[in-house]
Design a binder for this molecule. Structure first.
Ligand code: UD2
Length: 307
């Protein structure tokens, strides 16, 4: 009988926990491959198996890909500053291992692959909002490596594949206490511990924050469409922005947090982070047109949840 199992690489990370739990609740069998360099153990479930291993090793890929129907590749070094300080690691994980995974997957009979790509591919935007037609001109190692992986996957025209360009993903469950977490997690963690917030720059930089639940629903809708319609799926061979279509500045974020915090929020301004872009804002029209996906979350409510 044909396998129905989904392999989620990097499944022990922030997005992986949420995505795996959503797939399991749909009755899907899930196999997670993760090296646990930053991920955390997943709650046990009868439909879940976990392989601890390094995706760069061919024997590990071979084991993980055995009798798999579909792959969602989340395995990545997701922190922009960490990729700048460890460029070889970024090349290895974000690009080379991903390319090897795609190659082995199709050789071993996998039908469908979705790549977690990133808005960092766009680099410094010429105009906003960013659409999938905007030029890709990544300015850092993270964006460059992710661009290569995305191009590699989308070159498999004979297979149902797609790439989701995630903007700034936030929500409960992101690792706390790590300098490599997203800014909303760092800020909410510091506010609850009454530690001053550090702003790199003047706080007018803006981001398009997308809630984890919306990201999970984008992956699941694309997966279903690809599995049901193969290369005739409306998303096959394409890349999509996964964003909220709204941007907020760091100063606005702190103002929102202050609505829900009992104590004064202290801010320290530091010099801008190297390789940072100033503004990011995406359009989700393309994905919406293809499979009716749209972000559903109320930003202010979700900010309150973080604290
Ligand atoms: C996020 C993602 C990255 C990629 C990218 C897409 C994270 C950790 N990184 O990178 O994987 O998807 O979006 O464009 O989610 N900042 C402060 N103080 C802090 C921390 C951050 O001022 O304590 C600033 C930082 O300099 C930047 C902004 O907040 O201007 C957002 O930083 P981030 O690390 O949350 O996310 P970003 O956009 O670099």
């Amino acid at each position: 009988m044909e396998s129905d199992t989904v392999l989620v690489t990097g499944g022990a990370g922030f997005i992986g926990h949420h995505l795996t739990s959503a797939l399991l609740s749909q009755g899907r069998k899930v196999r997670v491959l993760d090296d646990f360099s930053s991920g955390t153990q997943l709650p046990a479930h009868p439909l879940l198996t976990v392989i601890q291993g390094d995706m760069s090793e061919s024997s590990v890929r071979e084991e993980a890909l055995h009798q798999i129907k579909s792959v969602i590749n989340l395995a990545a070094i997701a922190s922009v500053p960490l990729c700048e300080s460890k460029p070889e690691l970024s090349s290895q994980v974000n690009n080379l291992a991903a390319q090897e995974l795609f190659k082995d997957a199709f050789r071993l009979g996998v039908s469908t692959i979705i790549q977690a790509s990133t808005s960092a591919l766009y680099g410094v935007p010429n105009e906003l909002p960013l659409t999938e037609k905007s030029p890709t001109q990544p300015i850092g190692k993270y964006g460059l490596d992710k661009q290569k992986a995305e191009q590699s996957l989308l070159s498999y025209h004979q297979h149902p594949v797609c790439a989701l360009r995630l903007f700034n993903v936030f929500g409960k469950g992101q690792k706390r206490g790590s300098p490599y977490s997203g800014v909303l997690t760092i800020f909410s963690d510091n506010i609850s511990k009454k530690i001053p917030l550090k702003i790199f720059g003047d706080g007018t930089q803006s981001r398009d924050f997308i809630h984890i639940n919306d990201v999970v629903s984008a992956f699941i809708l694309c997966l279903e469409d690809l599995e049901n319609n193969g290369i005739y799926s409306k998303v096959s061979g394409k890349k999509f922005n996964v964003c909220s279509g709204n941007s907020v500045t760091l100063l606005e974020i702190i103002e929102s947090f202050s609505l829900f915090s009992n104590s004064e929020i202290e801010i320290i301004f530091e010099s801008p982070r190297e390789g940072d872009i100033l503004h990011s804002l995406g359009s989700f029209e393309f994905l919406n047109n293809q499979i009716d996906w749209e972000p559903s979350e109320n930003f202010i409510e979700r900010i309150r949840e973080l604290l």
